[in-house]
Design a protein around this ligand. Structure first.
Ligand SMILES: [Zn+2]
Length: 107
């Protein structure tokens, strides 16, 4: 169930954030203590997202969206001001977009 939510959310974010199929986004599920998600930039076109496996659907989707916003920032906003780590944007949008996915019937 959790994996299906992660995969659907990654696909939806690809469309939403204009991340085309040239970019590879892998994910894994792993316990990370009190860290719920992580995004690693492996190389120019490959990203790896790690998601904590013990979350409800809404938190899982929101965490994937948060990490996908970081992917989007890397790809489309490379000139981003270095004092802005993108956390504010990711935090402010993650639940809004998760609830939008829910209301659109995607989750
Ligand atoms: Zn973040």
């Amino acid at each position: 169930m959790n994996e299906e939510v992660i995969e659907k959310t990654i696909e939806w974010c690809r469309g939403c954030f204009n991340i085309n199929s040239d970019y590879i986004i892998n994910y894994k599920r792993r316990h990370m203590g009190d860290c719920w998600g992580e995004c690693e930039h492996i190389n120019d076109t490959t990203f790896e997202i790690t998601i904590h496996p013990m979350m409800c659907i809404r938190d899982t989707a929101a965490t994937v969206i948060h990490e996908m916003l970081h992917v989007k920032q890397w790809i489309h906003e490379s000139k981003r001001d270095e004092s802005d780590d993108g956390e504010a944007e990711a935090n402010s949008l993650q639940y809004k977009l998760a609830d939008l996915m829910w209301s659109l019937g995607i989750l």
